[in-house]
Design a protein around this ligand. Structure first.
Ligand SMILES: Cc1cc2nc3c(=O)[nH]c(=O)nc-3n(C[C@H](O)[C@H](O)[C@H](O)COP(=O)(O)O)c2cc1C
Length: 191
């Protein structure tokens, strides 16, 4: 797949084939990609907790929020939930990461997963206190992203839109998710 095809295929996925398991080694492989990414001052302040066992997966799942625009959907049902999670932190005792570092890490994890036929959902809506308790982490750790990982079940279609159009994603039928994306011309401010 060429790079543009990979970026286009790299859509958020919220329903996964849970019969295909994700291993800790799979998640280590994705974090190994982040090691090579740029970051402010080359500080490398991000730290990662990996979860890929049934019991902890279930606990993490209870503490993340899915698809704010899909008002009548409570998140993936059993059998369609993520097979693992990468939880991205920084540590006050080491020093904070820059927000840009977090975005680069999230996109790198996502592209890496998609290149292997997996898919992710990056989440910023989560219960930090509860998740840190589950993982036994102290107040010094700041949860920055939860990246859910699995094998995709749902099909995602990109709809071209213009700046000012409705940007809300929506479902068409059961397994088709539409994500509106503004055309390039409308992103350019100096025409
Ligand atoms: C920083 C960030 C935070 C996000 N937080 C959530 C979230 O809490 N819950 C969720 O279901 N999706 C979340 N998403 C996924 C976005 O909704 C998704 O990226 C957007 O709808 C566009 O879809 P696409 O990723 O396929 O382009 C987040 C994505 C990013 C980059």
């Amino acid at each position: 797949m060429d790079f543009k095809e990979l970026v286009k295929a790299n859509r958020t996925c919220r329903r996964y084939d849970e019969s295909k398991s994700i291993t800790r080694e799979d998640l280590v492989g994705l974090v190994d990609l982040v090691r090579y990414t740029p970051c402010g001052k080359n500080k490398q302040a991000l730290r990662f907790a990996l979860v890929a066992d049934e019991e902890t997966n279930a606990k993490i799942f209870e503490n993340i929020f899915w698809a704010g625009f899909l008002k009548d959907w409570d998140g993936p049902v059993e059998g369609e939930r993520p097979g693992g999670y990468i939880l991205v932190f920084d540590d006050n005792n080491y020093g904070r990461a820059m927000p840009e570092d977090v975005g680069i890490a999230g996109q790198t994890l996502s592209l890496g997963a998609r290149a292997e036929g997996k898919a992710v959902c990056i989440s910023k809506a989560f219960k930090e206190k509860e998740i840190k308790e589950i993982l036994g982490l102290g107040d010094n750790m700041n949860l920055l992203l939860v990246v859910s990982v699995g094998y995709p079940l749902e099909k995602v279609v990109i709809d071209d839109i213009h700046a000012g159009d409705d940007i809300k994603y929506y479902r068409d039928g059961d397994m088709v998710h539409h994500v509106p994306k503004i055309v390039t011309e409308d992103l350019l401010i100096n025409k």
